[in-house]
Design a binder for this molecule. Structure first.
Ligand code: FAD
Length: 381
């Protein structure tokens, strides 16, 4: 929307969201917002008057239920359909539900939205027993905040290490030790068989027959792209709404960006779907350009960050295909980086409290990208 106006688009823009708030940042939900350090209104990406000033018709609490491609209309749940010239799908993703017994007991939470934080935050009182299912970024960030609030935390992870899908073993080891040193009980290689309780969750049944008592449970076992609208409209979906490097779907009038979109990456040689703010912003720039007849393809090194205790993790590039790694600095000092290579070529970097290495490595990765000139195939080619 911001890009469309700066790209010279003067037509009408309608923003449809099924949430009650204007668009907001999600990263603080598992960090400063959960810690009680930031109020909800500080999360808004733009103040509500911005939308008025830029001629954007914002429809909150409104759910899109179908795309009528033939008639170029978006069908809404409780309001008349909206006609479109171009359509942008930025429907994001939703928490993956846990398919075990007792999963619908009160006291079991997920974390995706402001409404989720409002429900979870009052439950995090000193001495309460929290079980976190899933040792990815969100689970670990919540563990860190919960410990700072005096909550007893037990974290259960099905894989053999933390952050297994997104980080290297060195980073996993560092965060395992860090969380254990702060009092988080961590069980790896451990399945959850179910939840029990009378009227509310009281415990978690683990795969080794043990039961962990719980006053509340947070399930963070990944996210599912909200690609159903696209799928039902007959657009190509491959683990996400498939887009080219202009963020265009298999319908040239429909674009998709952010968590709901997947693209064929020329860098990594496969279809990838990223869940990061940077990816959503970069794809939005490409989509705006595509819609206004400009050429600004999505072509960038992915990067991500995570805050846990006093440690800031920043990573750039993906580990896919990496053959060897080197550690700069020492894990014991709490300030180090892990650089990953294919041959002599830098592939990815992960930095803990080491912003200088992050900046130079990210610049090097972007430079290498420009040199290869790799681009993804478009639907029209
Ligand atoms: C707790 C948490 C912490 C995170 N921390 C980080 C971080 O540290 N760094 C980082 O880079 N990324 C982080 N992320 C990921 C980042 O927030 C997402 O990648 C980003 O929000 C994706 O933006 P999006 O616009 O694609 O989707 P979203 O922000 O999910 O927005 C999609 C919107 O579409 C709405 N919607 C969906 N379907 C419909 C429909 N049919 N009709 C109407 N509205 C609909 C949704 O309700 C939602 O409001 C975090 C995410 C979470 C949940």
């Amino acid at each position: 929307m911001t890009n469309l106006r700066s790209d010279g688009f003067e037509g009408s823009i309608t923003l449809v969201s099924d949430e009650a708030y204007h668009p907001y940042q999600r990263p603080p939900l598992s960090k400063k917002m959960l810690a009680g350090e930031v109020a909800a209104d500080r999360l808004l990406l733009k103040p509500p008057r911005f939308y008025e000033q830029n001629g954007v018709d914002v429809r909150l609490n409104t759910r899109a239920t179908a795309i009528d491609r033939e008639n170029h209309m978006v069908v809404l749940a409780d309001a008349p359909a909206i006609p479109f010239g171009k359509l942008l799908l930025a429907t994001g993703s939703r928490p993956r539900p846990i398919p075990v017994s007792g999963a619908d007991l009160p006291g079991i939470f997920y974390l995706r939205s402001l409404a989720d934080v409002s429900a979870l935050r009052p439950e995090l009182s000193a001495g309460s027993k929290l079980v976190i299912v899933g040792g990815g970024y969100i689970g670990l960030e919540v563990a860190a905040i919960a410990r700072s609030l005096g909550v007893e935390v037990h974290l259960v992870e099905a894989a053999s290490r933390l952050l297994a899908r997104v980080a290297s073993p060195a980073i996993s080891d560092f965060y395992l030790e860090t969380h254990r040193a702060r009092g988080v009980e961590i069980a790896l290689d451990m399945a959850v068989h179910g939840f029990w309780g009378t009227g509310r969750v009281e415990g978690v049944q683990l795969g080794d027959e043990r039961t962990v008592p719980a006053d509340l449970v947070l399930v963070c076992i990944g996210a599912i792209p909200n690609s159903e609208l696209a799928q039902e409209a007959g657009l190509t979906v491959e683990g996400g709404i498939l887009v080219d490097d202009h963020a265009r779907t298999s319908d040239p009038d429909i674009y998709a960006v952010g968590d709901c979109a997947a693209h064929r990456s020329p860098i990594y040689g496969s279809v990838i779907r990223l869940e990061s703010v940077h990816n959503a912003i970069e794809q939005a720039k490409a989509a705006s350009a595509g819609m206004t007849g400009k050429h600004r393809p999505y072509h960038t090194t992915p990067w991500f960050w995570s805050d846990q205790y006093e440690f800031k993790l920043q990573s750039a590039g993906l580990l896919i295909g990496a053959e060897r790694s080197e550690v700069i600095g020492s894990l014991a000092s709490g300030s180090f980086s892990v650089r990953h290579f294919i041959g002599d070529a830098l592939r990815a970097v992960e930095c803990v409290n080491d912003p200088a290495t992050f900046m130079t490595s990210r610049a090097a990765l972007n430079e290498a990208l420009v040199c290869t000139g790799a681009t993804a195939p478009t639907f029209t080619e």
